[in-house]
Design a protein around this ligand. Structure first.
Ligand SMILES: [Zn+2]
Length: 143
């Protein structure tokens, strides 16, 4: 992990035991969120300010108090279990998640759609279907 951080990778917390945070008591949730942060910071020797909400089988995966607790503990961003693009005006503690891609061109397309807003039309509507249709038609050079 230290080598990854030294190469510029952002390292975030994901709890210590991977429970469904939404179903824990406030005390248990606070331990999960703070202890994983503390342990990572001990290894990295640097603040850990990113969190990824867990995605266990039962829903919901997080709730408003989880978001508030993340803020209180010093996290600056958190990724939810909801897929989709990230917009400038989004709450940094409730960001949508981009899933991993199986191929590099899929990863580029996914990151582009998530962060660059290149597929938005003039009304601000994200046109994933158009971009996906182009890619399916053999136009892999979207980026
Ligand atoms: Zn997980």
């Amino acid at each position: 992990m230290r080598a990854l951080a030294a190469r510029g990778h952002a390292i975030g917390s994901h709890s210590t035991t991977h429970p469904n945070i939404a179903f824990l008591s406030e005390e248990q949730a606070r331990i999960e969120l703070s202890e994983s942060k503390r342990r990572l910071e001990g290894v990295l020797g640097a603040p850990v300010v990113h969190f990824s909400y867990l995605c266990p089988a039962l829903s919901p995966h997080w709730k408003a108090s989880t978001v508030q607790m993340c803020r209180e503990l010093g996290y600056q961003t958190a990724v939810t279990t909801i897929g989709g693009s990230v917009h400038r005006e989004d709450d940094p503690m409730v960001l949508h998640r981009t899933g991993p891609a199986k191929r590099l061109d899929g990863l580029r397309w996914s990151v582009d759609c998530s962060f660059m807003d290149r597929t938005r039309d003039s009304r601000g509507v994200v046109s994933f279907l158009n971009a996906a249709a182009k890619q399916t038609a053999g136009d892999n050079d979207i980026i």
